[in-house]
Design a protein around this ligand. Structure first.
Ligand code: BTN
Length: 268
């Protein structure tokens, strides 16, 4: 059965804060948004695709979902906060998406840096949202592309990995994708504007609110580092640069990039 398309007319609710471009198919909404930014698109362009043929994930992975089963979108931003605060954008995004899903009744949490997980009845959490934030150099200065992929109506058979889930699996029915997109995009705009306009105080607030909500903090973790080695220890906090602080046998290490696995003490 063909899944329903997004209701483009209802997306007008997001104007004038956002300008929406809905594509039936794109290679990757991040790639399209980055090109639009290089061509001069202002902050607030939201590129949405019903299907991606070359969706990109973090750490050079791919991201694939059946047509119209997910929300796949990328937002062009042109942040004016100091460059040192840019690493908070992925965390701000994950935190906001998790809060929005919690507001809609889902038991969502953010795993450092920005995977959004849903807690399952068996106590195991599964990934429902992937976020890829990319910096793009453009003729008018650097831009950020915030790419979000949310599994909406995927069935258990369609999940790319057994550690993933979808809103439909969690809720037992297919949610209205258009309504979820409007909620997520509005929440993102609101959180980003407050963070941008609120100065040092807003950035401090985000740091403490993120650290308090992040489901990784307090867990035993194994961090697979980009260089190929891994780090074992307890995640004890998130530093002022948004790095995960891991406390292990050799002391504290702040990790800026890597794949975090939540482990039970017995798995180590
Ligand atoms: C991850 O690896 O967890 C990040 C996945 C990000 C996927 C989204 S889907 C919309 C946007 N376009 C892309 O090509 N990637 C992001």
């Amino acid at each position: 059965m063909r899944r329903p398309s997004l209701d483009v007319a209802r997306l007008d609710a997001l104007a004038p804060a956002l300008r929406i471009e809905v594509l039936e198919e794109a290679t990757s909404t991040n790639a399209v948004a980055a090109q639009r930014a290089r061509d001069g698109a202002p902050e607030g362009l939201l590129v949405v695709a019903e299907h991606q043929t070359a969706g990109r994930g973090r750490l050079d992975r791919s991201w694939a979902t059946p047509p119209r089963s997910a929300l796949l979108f990328s937002l062009v931003l042109r942040p004016t906060v100091p460059a040192a605060d840019w690493p908070w954008l992925p965390l701000l995004t994950g935190h906001t998406v998790a809060k929005t899903l919690r507001g809609a009744g889902y038991d969502a949490g953010v795993k450092w840096p920005n995977d959004v997980l849903l807690a399952g009845a068996d106590g195991e959490s599964k990934k429902i949202v992937g976020i890829l934030v990319e910096r793009v150099d453009t003729p008018t200065g650097p831009a950020a592309v915030i790419g979000i992929g949310l599994n909406v109506s995927l069935t258990p058979e369609e999940l790319p990995v057994p550690t993933a889930t979808s809103l439909a699996i969690a809720a037992g029915h297919d949610p209205d994708r258009t309504a979820v997109l409007i909620d997520l995009a509005s929440a993102l705009v609101e959180a980003y504007d407050a963070w941008q306009a609120g100065g040092e105080e807003a950035r401090d607030r985000l740091a403490s609110s993120y650290a308090a909500a992040c489901v990784t903090v307090g867990r035993e973790v194994r961090v697979e580092l980009p260089a190929g080695d891994s780090l074992l220890g307890r995640a004890t906090g998130v530093d002022r640069s948004g790095r995960l602080v891991v406390t292990g046998p050799t002391g504290q290490t702040a990790v800026g990039a890597g794949d975090v696995v939540h482990v039970r003490a017995t798995d180590q």
